[in-house]
Design a binder for this molecule. Structure first.
Ligand code: ATP
Length: 362
């Protein structure tokens, strides 16, 4: 039965060669039962360490981990009813696919008829029924990873943990397997936690995203919130492709209230948030998708460097007059080329404003 996963002030330190490295720093959050959470963030931010602590493969230096009401902080991995699928596929080469998937059940003493039924169900869900009598070496990488997922599926875990299970696969297989993993989640009564480098995976597959920054929680929220309501410049820049444009500006006093003044734009600033910030330096963040040649009250000029076509959309990589890198994603920039000057607009409501510490003001 799926359980919520609660981390309370979890820290993990590694001590090597006389130095202490804090891999996970004061992490507190509750992952709702039965949900699908992805953990994302740059390399080394503590994703795998967090997952391994949930699995029981690492013990926190301090803090606690609960599955529902049960404190599992010190419980051995095999006694947590959690299954884990790793990036490198660990199949037994001398066993058939069926034997591989059933292995955990066999060790647990599950009778053969029950094992066979569970394997058949897993194979059907993962579309590998025709591979059941093959040996792992006869399978493609994508099929092997499906077998690894099948082994986890048949254990009927309360918690299913996946560590970059698709990172070795090509783009097409990844897309296919994403669908399988989501189907698996729907069919299983398990809380799923999935580590990935790939923010597209995170944004499209999961109902919650945990973004880490140097071992700390940057934001834990539904994917749409990280995109539309980032709590910091770090979140705004990490989530979304291409990255959020950032332009320097200053808060100034104007006749009709505080105004945010950049080199090429002035946008009204809500009185309640900016009245006591007059004179402050801020950063205005605008997503490339919210800049358009055809619309927007506030305009900036951009010199085009490169234009990429992505299906029906175009991505313009350019430079603003003050030298800031500016990306634009739009359907109507067809025809723009290197060295062209492009005027693009945005609405004040679509802009984020970050303070000098990178915290979102609005
Ligand atoms: P990646 O995306 O590169 O896999 P990650 O976000 O999963 O990275 P972790 O593997 O959790 O990051 O590592 C977090 C930090 O802890 C890194 O700086 C790493 O070097 C360090 N670290 C992880 N495991 C150990 C270990 N066993 N001993 C010492 N340091 C470690």
């Amino acid at each position: 039965m799926a359980r919520p996963i609660r981390l309370d002030t979890v820290c993990k330190e590694y001590h090597t060669a006389g130095t202490t490295h804090v891999a996970v720093d004061d992490l507190s959050l509750e992952i709702p039962e039965g949900s699908f959470t992805t953990i994302v963030g740059p390399s080394g931010c503590g994703k795998t360490t967090t997952l391994r602590m949930i699995a029981g493969l690492e013990t926190p230096t301090s803090g606690t981990i609960h599955f529902g009401d049960r404190d599992v902080t010190e419980v051995r991995p095999q006694d947590r009813n959690a299954a884990m699928v790793f990036q490198s596929i660990a199949l037994y080469p001398h066993m058939t696919v069926r034997e591989n998937i059933a292995y955990g059940l066999k060790v647990a003493g599950v009778p053969k008829a029950e094992r066979d039924a569970a394997v058949d169900e897993a194979a059907e869900t993962l579309q590998i029924t025709e591979q059941l009598d093959k040996m792992p070496a006869e399978l493609s990488g994508g099929q092997q990873q499906r077998v690894a997922l099948g082994s986890a599926f048949v254990q009927d875990p309360d918690v299913l943990l996946l560590d970059e299970p698709m990172s070795d696969l090509d783009a097409k297989l990844k897309a296919e397997l994403r669908v399988e993993v989501q189907r698996l989640h729907k069919e299983m009564d398990a809380t799923m936690v999935y580590v990935t480098h790939d923010q597209t995976e995170a944004m499209t597959m999961s109902d919650h995203v945990l973004l880490l920054e140097e071992g700390r929680l940057a934001q834990f929220a539904p994917p749409g919130d990280l995109f539309d309501r980032p709590v910091s410049q770090y979140v705004a820049e990490f989530i979304g492709t291409p990255s959020t444009n950032t332009l320097p500006a200053t808060v100034e006093a104007a006749d009709d209230g505080p105004t945010i003044v950049g080199e090429q734009f002035e946008i009204p600033a809500p009185e309640d948030r900016f009245a006591d910030r007059i004179g402050d330096s801020v950063t205005v963040g605008i997503r490339p998708q919210y800049l358009s040649p055809d619309e927007g009250d506030h305009r900036i000029r951009v010199i085009v460097n490169v234009v990429e076509q992505l299906g029906t959309e175009f991505v313009v990589h350019g430079t603003s007059v003050n030298g800031a890198h500016v990306n634009v994603v739009d359907e109507s920039v067809d025809g723009a080329g290197p060295d062209d000057e492009l005027s693009v607009g945005f609405e004040a409501a679509d802009a984020f404003v970050f303070d000098e510490h990178g915290e979102t003001i609005c």
